[in-house]
Design a protein around this ligand. Structure first.
Ligand code: ZN
Length: 205
């Protein structure tokens, strides 16, 4: 399915072209206490860098955790202020929420990001057109379904491993909803690909 979307939406970034063994982990919907901090610890063990697509209201609520993410050398991206659904939101309201995220970052005096990921992968072409003027739109090539409670943890791991290749953009969530699968999958996933000689990199575009 992702392939079809890639053809339909060529202006979005679905994977990173690379000849090297590199994997681009992404974590959406944080930062929140406990889960985001746990993710940071796991990444540190493997000297892994990742990209966190943050929700602005969480950044404001948990700015000390956001600062930990940035200080650890990870990349961050805009995931709107309130996790809006693009298809269901009028353009003005959507773009305002997108900009509000930038204001949230400014409040805590952090450098702006040029990365954006639409919540639920939903974006109207007219919304995308505006956002593309200043940001790269990052999608994913591996959906772990860590948030899916009907998807058991072993299957989640097996699926993530099977679909990952060099240059993959892998979608995890540092959220309470994903916590159960994430805590099972992430350490094993990191071990598996580290042993195979892969590096985990932040998105740097
Ligand atoms: Zn999200």
């Amino acid at each position: 399915m992702t392939r079809l979307f890639e053809i339909l939406f060529p202006k979005y970034i679905w994977r990173i072209k690379t000849a090297e063994k590199k994997i681009y982990l992404t974590f959406d919907d944080g930062p929140i206490p406990e889960v985001t901090e746990w993710v940071l610890e796991q990444l540190k063990i493997f000297n892994a860098k990742a990209t966190f697509f943050c929700v602005g209201e969480n950044v404001l609520k948990h700015h000390e955790i956001y600062e930990k993410v940035v200080a650890a050398g990870h990349a961050v991206g805009n995931h709107t202020q309130n996790h809006l659904k693009g298809w269901k939101t009028e353009n003005d309201a959507y773009l305002k929420n997108f900009t509000e995220f930038q204001n949230s970052i400014e409040i805590i005096n952090k450098a702006q990001t040029q990365l954006f990921r639409p919540p639920y992968g939903q974006l109207k072409p007219t919304q995308a057109k505006e956002i593309l003027k200043t940001h790269k739109i990052l999608m994913w090539s591996v959906l772990t379904r860590d948030y899916d409670k009907s998807f058991n943890a072993e299957k989640c791991l097996e699926n993530a491993i099977r679909k990952t290749k060099s240059g993959s953009i892998v979608l995890f969530h540092d959220s309470l909803k994903a916590q159960k699968n994430l805590y099972y999958v992430l350490p094993k996933y990191l071990v598996y690909f580290s042993k195979k000689g892969y590096a985990f990199c932040a998105i740097d575009l």
